[in-house]
Design a binder for this molecule. Structure first.
Ligand SMILES: [Zn+2]
Ligand SMILES: [Zn+2]
Length: 183
């Protein structure tokens, strides 16, 4: 399914979106960047059959923290289950995108006039080499879950280096998720 631009939505909407506030389980701790130790930026909320993918990456010092890398510690993806409530946003750091953008599911084989902001399922369309991450739980190759484009306008878009694309993976049996971007 394609994820297409569907206007603005509420910060805590339970539907697919980029930006806004993450919906999280009890005990959640907002991820901090391993490189700069700042609070990461919340990027996307993506409900799936297996749980909710919640993606963060560091934007405190763009280009300096290897936030494109799945394992450098400058991004974080979670697979959440159960009752989720809006997180408390840290006071410091580049934590939120400039807008909350609704993503509407649209069949990949049907034409659309709307801006395409990503895709759920299928296989990744790599801009560079294949970089399937290994699951930190079982060491198996993680399953591709979603792709995200930078966004539809500069004021609200994610920073994937200018024309890049984000990739989200998961391993539902291990409740693990991973993120990386390429350009
Ligand atoms: Zn950082
Ligand atoms: Zn696993």
């Amino acid at each position: 399914m394609l994820l297409i631009h569907d206007g603005e939505t509420a910060a805590g909407a339970p539907t697919p979106r980029t930006g806004g506030v993450p919906l999280v389980p009890d005990g959640f701790v907002w991820p901090a960047c391993r490189a700069c130790e700042g609070a990461m930026q919340f990027l996307a909320h993506l409900p799936l059959d297996t749980g909710v993918l919640s993606v963060f990456f560091c934007q405190n010092d763009p280009g300096m923290c290897d936030d494109w890398d799945a394992t450098a510690g400058a991004n974080r993806a979670h697979l959440f289950f159960g009752d989720l409530t809006p997180a408390t946003v840290p006071a410091d750091g580049e934590t939120l995108l400039g807008a909350v953008t609704a993503l509407r599911l649209h069949p990949a084989d049907e034409p659309t006039q709307e801006p395409v902001l990503g895709r759920l399922g299928g296989e990744p369309e790599w801009l560079q080499d294949d970089e399937f991450p290994d699951c930190p739980g079982c060491a198996g190759r993680m399953t591709f879950a979603a792709e995200l484009e930078e966004g539809h306008d500069f004021a609200t878009s994610a920073n994937f280096g200018g024309g890049g694309r984000g990739y989200v993976f998961h391993c539902p049996p291990c409740s693990e998720a991973a993120f990386l971007w390429q350009r």
